[in-house]
Design a protein around this ligand. Structure first.
Ligand SMILES: Cc1ncc(COP(=O)(O)O)c(C=O)c1O
Length: 828
């Protein structure tokens, strides 16, 4: 029998209440893992999916997914939560009778394990959306069978419902599914009901559903990947209810699963569970605010009631009590001879706000805590938290010795912020010229409305899809500060991989954009700049740390032979390939043509000698271009080298810097590095002059990228500050500058795309962007010095932006050196 309360030290609950405030939910990660372990022990052949609807907290999901559960989601937020919790698309099922187009589009982009289709109409809709994306999406059909579950507290099938496809219609829908070229039927789904506490009911359900599946499969051409038999396992809440007998359930269900498996070896049985997994791990804690007697009944009024724990309050019908205990000074056993029935209420203006009726307990005092067990499911997620404006409570997780706030309490500011009026332009009547809406908060996260950016790359819809990368970038950005190898976490993300390999010719690219989930198959230069700007809002370090074709890629394509192109790009067919563009010299002035590196003869053999200082992860680069003077002719040359070809002739040293560590500033020294003719660019008939033109072009195309990084970083800092929206007036002018500079950047991009780059404009916009981000940092330190001092991420990102001033190809090498000497050796 599982305990009705997790085994948490009661003094700790007291301390959490003092520190985090009340009301709050407290989850125990070990209980979450224990539930999954018990299920697996009872039903070893079954694949378990966690239904986020029962508790979509990111950390709860992360623990359960981290312990092996798949994710069953019903909304965009639950889908993105699963991804952030680490789930790969193959471990996500989407179920729900009214999925929106946005949700479906995202699920298809990701290529999730299956979208569970609930009607014939939805089948057509998903097929059309998948066609638009040029994809084939896996689907499962949700069946509303003719049988129903006897012992469920809430029946959801076997009767008229909005869920699934009636069994009688199934043959027609199956035929329809077969004719949909962009759908692949891979599963069946049935969900009979919830809060089942008798194992016989589960056994009957599983048996019935597997029989139905056997019947259906016989009419299909290919086997199914899975049959989802639902779940609905209950947990005891009320007096007299007992725990589901998992042993008996396992003993009866396992033979059914085994015999189904014997005849359908390719088809896995899936069970999706919410409450059973999340419920017992959670307790709800609220504080007594008032006690009183009214007409003979005793009341304790608490600071959280049905508004934050609707499950304990029941939903209008006769309610019973969840497990409830009174805590005082870290103890639950309170001696009181006069224990009597108490009604526990919340702070709402309705008599229905009752979370405990006639609870026999010691006399509560103001300040005591009330803890309610079995509360991890449907309380935190299904409660009307906005009623009377109290907002969502805090959520805390205990995991062994770690204690974490896993959801902060809603703040008054944030709830007011989303209510600031903004101009609603109806699609049918849009007329930007007559709209004089003030810059409103709603515009904050879409810098592309009515501001000169419409129809430019900065309003491309795929930019919004990058938002899902925000946490990954912010977390990795912080880690890069300590460990330059942290970029691998970025590479694991399919979208980031595809973005990294932009510029790699298609035949060498194993990670094309069409697989990225962004809904695009190629990325013109302007969109690339816009993406860099968007990602820099999250963290510019990450962009710089990624092992892409760097600035060398363009030069190799412009001037390399086919063999050289293949040598340079071939690595991207299978994995990441770090590259470098070693042009600048540490002590030879600002211009590459002044460089001291040489390509000369030693003992009759060609060798390279020289020293370069550069950003871009040269320490882990596989291949790159090295600029040198050819001794014999006095001309300039570009040589493609792979440091691992002659490791004894290469020394690479990471240089200490005090910022933008993801850029990984390094020094590379070549000593008599052996060179053969086929390594020299331009030697295969293509003029080396083309190569230098290409280098110039590479720098001209890169400068707007640096500008975009600076603008994005500044904007990201402002967004961090505006997490408290009352600060908006202090930053509004900077938001306007940001937009104005994006408009300038668009002009530069258009000139580039028309092959008429205006060198001066490019430099100007870069300088202005750098000065903009500098201004943002000054404003933050002027306006919010306390936040600046308290927030390590803010300080780090403010520090990092200084480096943009110095990041610019050859003509600013002196600045790069100044930057280095200014910051070298200053450890964090
Ligand atoms: C389709 C579906 N799956 C899973 C669940 C989760 O149910 P429970 O939390 O009872 O396991 C529900 C609950 O309504 C549901 O409708």
């Amino acid at each position: 029998m599982t305990a009705l309360f997790p085994n948490t030290d009661l003094r700790l609950i007291d301390e959490i209440a003092t520190t985090a405030g009340t009301p709050f939910y407290l989850y125990d990660a070990s209980v979450l893992r224990g539930r999954l372990d018990a299920l697996r022990a009872a039903l070893p052949q079954v694949d378990f999916f966690y239904s986020l609807k029962s508790n979509p907290n990111l950390s709860v999901t992360r623990v359960l997914h981290g312990h092996g559960a798949g994710c069953e989601v019903s909304s965009l937020l639950e889908l993105e939560t699963s991804l952030q919790a680490g789930a790969t698309p193959e471990r996500i099922l989407m179920v729900g009778p009214g999925k929106s187009e946005t949700e479906l589009v995202r699920a298809i982009e990701l290529g999730i394990k299956a979208i569970v289709v609930e009607s014939a109409h939805e089948l057509t809709q998903i097929d059309a959306l998948a066609r638009q994306q040029g994809r084939v999406q896996n689907i499962a059909l949700r069946v509303n069978p003719d049988f129903h579950a006897g012992g469920a507290k809430l029946n959801m099938s076997g009767r008229p419902t909005q869920f699934g496809i009636d069994q009688s219609e199934l043959p027609d829908v199956l035929k329809q599914a077969e004719s949909c070229a962009h759908l692949q039927l891979c599963g069946l789904h049935a969900y009979m009901g919830t809060r089942i506490l008798t194992h016989e009911t589960v056994v009957a359900n599983v048996g019935n559903i597997l029989n139905l599946a056997t019947e259906v499969v016989s009419s299909l051409k290919a086997p199914l990947d899975f049959v989802d038999v639902g779940g609905g396992f209950g947990i005891p809440y009320y007096d007299g209810e007992t725990e589901l007998d998992l042993d008996a359930l396992g003993q009866a269900v396992t033979p059914l699963v085994q015999s189904f498996g014997a005849t359908h070896p390719k088809t896995r049985v899936v069970i999706e569970l919410g409450r059973y997994l999340s419920g017992p791990s959670g307790q709800f804690v609220t504080r007594v605010q008032q006690t009183k007697s009214s007409k003979g009944e005793h009341f304790a009024v608490c600071d959280g009631g049905s508004n934050v724990h609707v499950a304990a309050a029941g939903q209008g019908f006769l309610r019973k009590n969840f497990p409830i205990r009174l805590l005082r000074d870290g103890k639950a056993e309170i001696d009181d001879e006069a224990a009597q029935p108490w009604t526990l209420t919340g702070p709402l203006c309705t008599p229905q706000d009752v979370i405990g009726k006639s609870v026999l307990m010691a006399t509560p005092q103001v300040g005591d805590l009330i803890s309610i067990g079995q509360s991890g499911a449907y309380g935190p997620t299904a409660s009307p938290v906005n009623f009377l404006g109290f907002g969502a409570p805090a959520e805390v997780m205990i995991d062994g010795t770690e204690l974490r706030l896993v959801r902060s309490r809603d703040t008054v500011e944030a709830r007011l912020a989303v209510q600031q009026p903004s101009d609603l332009r109806l699609a049918a009547h849009a007329n930007p010229s007559t709209s004089h809406a003030p810059a409103a908060l709603a515009d904050l996260y879409s810098s592309a409305t009515g501001n000169g950016l419409e129809g430019t790359p900065f309003s491309d819809p795929c930019l919004e899809r990058l938002t899902g990368l925000q946490t990954l970038f912010r977390e990795t950005g912080a880690r890069l500060d300590r460990d330059p190898e942290s970029w691998t976490a970025l590479w694991e993300n399919p979208t980031v991989r595809a973005l990294t390999t932009i510029g790699v010719p298609e035949k060498f690219n194993g990670f094309p954009l069409r697989d990225s989930g962004l809904g695009i198959s190629d990325c013109p230069y302007g969109l690339h700049v816009a993406m860099v700007e968007r990602l820099a809002r999250f963290d510019a370090n990450c962009i710089l740390s990624l092992p892409g074709p760097s600035l060398s890629g363009g030069a190799v394509l412009a001037t390399g032979t086919d063999a050289q192109i293949a040598r340079f790009f071939d690595g991207y067919r299978f994995g990441p390939q770090g590259t470098f563009f070693a042009v600048t010299e540490p002590d030879a002035g600002s211009d590459a043509s002044n460089g001291r590196s040489t390509l000369g003869l030693k003992d009759g053999k060609l060798v390279l000698n020289g020293v370069k200082t550069l950003v871009g992860g040269i320490a882990r680069a596989d291949i790159g271009l090295f600029f040198a003077h050819i001794e014999e002719t006095g001309r300039m040359g570009l040589v493609m080298i792979a440091p691992s070809d002659a490791p004894d002739c290469v020394k690479i040293e990471r240089l200490g810097t005090n910022g933008l560590r993801g850029a990984d500033l390094c020094q590379m020294t070549l000593t008599d590095f052996p060179v053969t003719q086929d390594m020299i660019l331009g030697s295969g008939g293509r003029s080396l002059r083309d190569g230098f033109m290409a280098i110039n072009g590479v720098f001209e195309r890169n400068r707007p990228m640096v500008a975009a990084m600076a603008l994005g970083s500044g904007r990201g800092l402002i967004e961090l500050m505006l997490e408290d929206p009352t600060r908006l007036p202090a930053y509004q002018d900077l938001l306007a500058s940001h937009t104005a500079l994006l408009v300038q950047l668009v002009k530069v991009i258009r000139a580039q795309e028309n092959r008429r780059p205006k060198v001066q404009d490019i430099s100007k916009v870069k300088m202005q962007a750098v000065s903009f981000v500098d201004q943002v940092v000054r404003r933050i330190t002027d306006q919010d010095p306390m936040r600046f001092l308290q927030d390590a991420e803010l300080r780090r990102r403010c520090r990092d932006v200084k480096a943009f001033e110095y990041m610019e190809g050859t003509s600013n090498i002196h600045l790069l050196n100044a930057y280095r000497s200014y910051t070298a050796g200053v450890d964090q």
